[in-house]
Design a protein around this ligand. Sequence first.
Ligand SMILES: Cc1cc2nc3c(=O)[nH]c(=O)nc-3n(C[C@H](O)[C@H](O)[C@H](O)COP(=O)(O)OP(=O)(O)OC[C@H]3O[C@@H](n4cnc5c(N)ncnc54)[C@H](O)[C@@H]3O)c2cc1C
Ligand code: SF4
Ligand code: SF4
Length: 379
Amino acid sequence: MEVKILGQKELNQAVKDAHFCTGCGACVNLCPYQAHYRDQIVMLHPCDLKEGGCYAFCPRTPTDLEALKKKLFDPEDLTPELGAVKGFYITRAADPKVRAKAQHGGTVTTLITLALQEGLIDTAILAEEGRNLLPRETTAQDADSAQKLSRSKFVVSPNVAEFNRIAKEGGKKIGIVATPCQALALAKMRMKPLKNYAERIDQLRLVIGIFCGWALSWKGLVEVLRKKIDLSEIEGMDIPPSKYHLLQLYTKKGTIDISLDEITSSVRGACWYCPDLTAEFSDLSVGSARLPEGWEVAKGWNQVIVRTSLGQRLLNLAKNRGLLEFREVPAENLPRLKTASLGKKRTAVKNLKLRSGDPKKLFYLDPDDPVLGAMAAGS
Ligand SMILES: Cc1cc2nc3c(=O)[nH]c(=O)nc-3n(C[C@H](O)[C@H](O)[C@H](O)COP(=O)(O)OP(=O)(O)OC[C@H]3O[C@@H](n4cnc5c(N)ncnc54)[C@H](O)[C@@H]3O)c2cc1C
Ligand code: SF4
Ligand code: SF4
């Protein structure tokens, strides 16, 4: 696949107008011409640059994912299903106060807090719950602030826009919590395809990826939920394993279950074309655990894929300091996660193939990619 760098006009045609935009924020805060409004990207002014960072870093412009993986990870760790895997763990925060406020086991909050305390990073980019369930990208400089920003927001938070904003200032050591599409945008920046932005990315010191099956469009979610509840009563939400087919709302009065049939139409369109479940371009990736005791126990734990030596060092430090608890990984967990990850890749490829009508035209995915291309060539 030919990977070219083009400009804002082509980005708009190939990504935004084609409804492939994930809302990651990578094209925002590079220049004055792109912005985000709610969970959408808007073009404020046309730009005639032939080669722009917006196009170069966008996770939905053509990318040679295989080449990127080989450059950023130890080739010996690469797996076709999950990208680089140095280690696979089940963990949770040792501190019950962190767990009580976290989405699952609080592993992300524990690791980002430790990275701040150790001086590995001085700024963490996280997502804050804004008004009416609309997340806001934000930063934390200390452990207390990072802990207040735990829990998942199921509408995209343009965290990469915040990276662009603060990296412009210079002199930072930045850590970020990123969805898979955001981690890919940052990986593309790490390749330094454009001189103007090359120094900024050196400030990125840590990427903690979160697993992501799909995100919800803010408008769609709010329309559905407003019919059921006053939004200010919602304290959090989760999507239990697929067999439950539910979105669960945590409210002051208890948990409300909503069938996914009511929610599916609110899934962000771009997510149906997304091939990455586990944030393959991160130092470590964290999702919910699966345990023999069932979801009620498992939801208090995380599954962690360590992908880089830095990720491994941070996890080991958290273990040695007694900040994370570990439990034995059931033998079936890694094969199951591989199957789930391949399932998401297959859906993305199938949907892209349906859009183009040609297995050799997969828009931003490479039809010669050994995993995705083979899926496209198959059924
Ligand atoms: C849209 C979305 C879809 C997900 N889908 C799955 C899935 O299919 N399977 C699965 O196993 N896990 C999924 N997760 C991940 C899961 O919800 C937890 O984030 C993960 O298990 C880590 O749990 P934790 O207790 O360690 O997180 P916490 O310690 O509570 O920390 C969560 C961190 O994520 C940050 N954050 C919250 N929302 C966002 C966001 N939208 N974008 C970027 N950063 C954010 C917070 O600021 C916080 O730092 C999804 C998360 C999101 C946001
Ligand atoms: S960089 Fe991200 S936000 Fe911008 S067009 Fe691409 S996917 Fe959308
Ligand atoms: S499903 Fe993919 S495109 Fe959608 S938010 Fe998650 S990582 Fe981004």
